[in-house]
Design a protein around this ligand. Structure first.
Ligand code: C5P
Length: 400
């Protein structure tokens, strides 16, 4: 079988050194990789490195091997183009369709999925020019993964770091697995809640639940690979950040509600995968609750938390917004699920039976996705990413 053909575009940022590791991962996992650096990027990593690691000649401009028409051929034959790092300048040239070097020519001739992994200083990432260029690329179907937050060049920290090569590789792997299909969530903003809320009783104790957050994270990773801008509202998962998503960390149901409503204001899709506490302690003790000799503990009074899913579905920040809920049931799974779907007012409800091997924290899941229009999609026992992809398969046509 022929190896999948990947073009690795490298533009002129210090993070170019991380692309060496990405290249190794791609070649070692059986991809035929052609590296196309920009002239500026050679200040950071030289052509000899790319050539030795990829086993192909390397050129930055269109005037080498002209008889092979490289400015057209490389893009035409690719199964995937990934640009890592993508600088503000490269994003601008790509958004405007410039063709002043081999990489931008390649971007114009490629008909396969294209992934940009931007890396730059926070100010450049946040500049309206870059914001608009990124939005343009996404609208046209490119996967632009959100930079990570952390240490930047010099003394600065903030948003703009190139995600770890391993994580960019995982995005590439997922995009390639989908074949030549255009990333169907490109240009969409999806908000996903994940994990379980903790409702504090006193400074050291809380009421919580067993949700691991793995299903929500699988939804985030798959949505990134399908081109979405992803906001992940995370409650107490302790899981490593999924690459390419914006993360908002919360603790309690009240904080989760605030974060979800804020992010939902311009969202195309809201998926409530988090296990939100239905109740919270009526009172919070400012000091640790002490046991007293010879006295029984005082009962804990609870009050209801707002139902965020019902609120998001009822409010619909945008009329065409799609709202997806989750429900864990122990009996009468489908009947209870149907009733819950109606009561919450969401478009899709992922219902799973909890118990035995189908417990919280597992790597696999088995579910039925119920749709408000009567649809019923069983998802067999399998990895949480497979369930996540089924959810997006059902969401995507509803967005059209
Ligand atoms: O009512 P139940 O907790 O079974 O519903 C589960 C669904 O509702 C999940 O999607 C969960 O995220 C959401 N939920 C919520 N706010 C609550 C409780 C649950 O949004 N207070």
């Amino acid at each position: 079988m022929e190896k999948p053909k990947v073009v690795l575009g490298v533009s002129g940022g210090i993070a170019a050194y991380k692309a060496c590791e990405l290249l190794r991962r791609l070649t070692e996992s059986g991809h035929d990789v052609r590296v196309v650096p920009t002239e500026a990027s050679l200040h950071f990593v030289g052509a000899a490195t790319w050539s030795a690691l990829s086993g192909h000649p390397v050129s930055t401009e269109v005037w080498n091997d002209v008889h092979e028409v490289p400015h057209v051929r490389i893009g035409q034959h690719a199964d995937l183009v990934v640009v890592a790092p993508a600088t503000a300048d490269l994003l601008a040239r790509a958004a405007h369709g410039l063709a002043d070097d081999l990489l931008t020519n390649t971007l114009l001739t490629a008909r396969c999925p294209v992934v940009f992994a931007p890396a730059m200083h926070t100010e450049m990432w946040e500049h309206p020019a870059t914001r608009e260029n990124v939005a343009t690329l996404r609208r046209r179907g490119a996967v632009v993964i959100e930079p990570a937050v952390g240490r930047l060049t010099g003394v600065d920290t903030g948003k703009g770091r190139l995600p770890d090569p391993g994580e960019i590789f995982e995005v590439c792997r997922r995009v390639l697995a989908r074949g030549p299909a255009a990333p169907d969530l490109a240009g969409r903003h999806v908000v996903i809640s994940a994990g379980g809320t903790r409702e504090p009783l006193d400074p050291v104790r809380y009421l919580g639940n067993r949700s691991s957050g793995k299903q929500g994270y699988a939804l985030a990773r798959t949505a990134v690979a399908r081109g979405a801008r992803v906001t992940l509202v995370e409650a107490n998962t302790g899981l490593p950040d999924p690459s390419g998503a914006d993360i908002v960390r919360v603790g309690t149901a009240t904080q989760l509600r605030e974060a979800v409503l804020k992010a939902a204001a311009d969202a195309d899709v809201v998926v409530m995968a988090a296990a939100v506490a239905d109740f919270r302690p009526a009172e919070y003790a400012a000091g640790k609750i002490k046991k007293k000799d010879g006295q029984e503990p005082a009962p804990i009074a609870l009050v209801r938390n707002p139902d965020i899913l019902a609120e998001v579905a009822g409010r619909r920040a945008r009329p065409e917004q799609i709202v997806v809920g989750f429900a864990a049931e122990t009996d009468n799974v489908l009947a209870n699920g149907r009733e819950k779907l109606r009561r919450k007012g969401c478009d899709l409800l992922v219902v799973n039976e909890v118990g035995e091997r189908r417990t919280f924290g597992a790597e696999e899941n088995e579910a039925v996705v119920l749709a408000a229009d009567g649809g019923e999609t069983p998802v067999p026992f399998g990895p949480k990413e497979a369930l996540a992809d089924t959810v997006w398969d059902l969401v995507s046509p509803r967005l059209a």
